[in-house]
Design a protein around this ligand. Structure first.
Ligand code: PMP
Length: 440
């Protein structure tokens, strides 16, 4: 569980205030799942059903989901449900047999990417895709080193946890990993593009001096756990050039921004005019069905393909492929990329108007339906206000609206609803936020 989730995590010592049913579920959960799991909210939620942008608790109360980007099209999206159900009833095997579905999926994914990207490898999770990316990066470059941002999260395997600093001090980063500040234009005076590239160059020199060399520079194209940094478009390009100049490859982690959410394009790296060496994706890819992938420039797979073989029992099975194909169908048919741009712009404008009245909203930013709102103690100091963010997240939960907070100060509201989100939903969110901030 990464630190962004822990910001608003449930505190078990306060469970006395909860109703007996909730308390009993929490106790059972702790007993059987053990101590490593975390729950959201001071008053944890017990959800039993979802539909579109709505989630329903055990009492039938509806919550507006402004946070979950896994069921990215909307909860229980009927086309995806049907595709999963029909394929489950027809054939469930794996990628060692010929099957139309996986080939169609791979061809369609490649059609959304620059022509240089030529092969698709299927996994079940984003962590696995990033783990594979690291294996490839080491094979291709002969180096070990990794550069990531301060609060990056890339997943749970041993190798990937070593380059996921947002897991916190209890999960040390590897000695072959260097962390650099994210491109935070709000807290920086100069040109973030240049600063970010300089940080990459310095980190790569350090890795080289330590004998690791640079294998890969991996970045979440929307910097989700660092605090949502989208602008100015193109700022990532000099940093990628710096990584390549130092002998590393560039991995675009699209687990968060991918599949149209940023509104401008299918993939977050496109916002920066980049052609990645490798792309990883997951979360929204199956609208809840576990399917993820790595997309590679073919030259990076040549040696690996000769020396190793790849098989992932569940990755890319016919049901996974059916789910992901259905997701692509719906994105195309419902013009969801354009929709994310339009509703996202509306939401951002509404947040800017709120910021005119609430000085503790220091900054609002984002791309499409991936939006951050930074809460500060005052506009002059720009000091993070973690307490206010915690109060807002829990206050909205009491008003049945779900979102969370991220960033090093735990003060950046992260708004990332299913793409079924419409303007009236944005209005509901904005007026509740107005109310909570007025009380706060
Ligand atoms: N990369 C990013 C940017 C993520 O946000 C996540 C999940 N939060 C992952 C990778 C890991 O994906 P998964 O949980 O599917 O392993």
């Amino acid at each position: 569980m990464n630190r962004m989730s822990m910001i608003n995590a449930f505190d078990p010592t306060r469970s006395d205030a909860l109703d007996p049913t909730t308390r009993s579920l929490i106790e059972r959960r702790l007993r059987v799942l053990g101590p490593a799991y975390r729950l959201f909210y001071e008053e944890p939620l017990h959800l039993v059903r979802g539909e579109g942008v709505w989630l329903y608790d055990a009492n039938g109360a509806a919550y507006l989901d402004a946070y979950n980007n896994v069921a990215s099209l909307g909860h229980a999206q009927p086309d995806v449900v049907r595709a999963i159900s029909e394929q489950s009833a027809t054939l469930v095997t794996h990628t060692r047999y010929l099957h139309e579905g996986i080939l169609r999926l791979a061809e369609r994914l490649l059609a959304t990417m620059p022509a240089e990207m030529g092969h698709v490898m299927l996994t079940c999770t984003g962590s696995e895709a990033n783990d594979l990316a690291y294996r490839l990066a080491r094979t291709v470059t002969g180096n070990r080193g990794v550069i990531v941002t301060n609060l990056a999260y890339h997943g749970v395997t041993q190798a990937v946890a070593e380059f996921s600093p947002s897991l916190g001090a209890g999960v040390p980063i590897g000695n072959h990993v260097r962390v650099i500040p994210p491109p935070d234009a709000y807290h920086s005076d100069g040109d973030v593009a240049t600063q970010f590239a300089q940080s990459v160059t310095a980190a790569a020199a350090d890795l080289s001096a330590a004998g690791h060399g640079l294998a890969m520079f991996i970045v979440d194209s929307i910097f989700s756990s660092d605090g949502v940094y989208a602008d100015p478009p193109g700022f990532l390009a000099p940093a990628v050039a710096a990584a390549r100049a130092a002998g590393g490859i560039y991995v675009a982690d699209e687990v968060q921004p991918g599949f149209g959410r940023t509104g401008a394009a299918m993939w977050g790296f496109e916002r920066h005019g980049l052609i990645p060496d490798l792309v990883t994706m997951g979360k929204p890819m199956g609208n809840g069905y576990p399917v993820a992938a790595l997309v590679a420039q073919p030259r990076h797979l040549e040696k690996f393909g000769r020396d190793a073989r790849y098989f992932n029992t569940f990755g890319g099975n016919p049901v996974a492929a059916a789910a992901a194909n259905a997701v692509l169908d719906v994105i195309e048919r419902e013009h969801l990329i354009r929709h994310a741009a339009e509703v996202g712009a509306y939401l951002l404008k509404g947040l800017s108007e709120l910021a005119d009245r609430h000085p503790r909203i220091g900054d609002v930013r984002g791309a499409g339906l991936f939006v951050g709102a930074e809460l500060v103690q005052d506009r002059a100091s720009r000091e993070p206000d973690r307490d206010l963010a915690t109060q807002v997240v829990n206050g909205l939960r009491q008003r049945r609206i779900l979102l969370s907070a991220s960033g090093p100060g735990g003060n950046i509201l992260k708004i990332r609803p299913p793409l079924a989100f419409q303007r009236p939903h944005a209005d509901t969110l904005l007026s509740a936020l107005d109310e909570v901030l007025t009380l706060g």
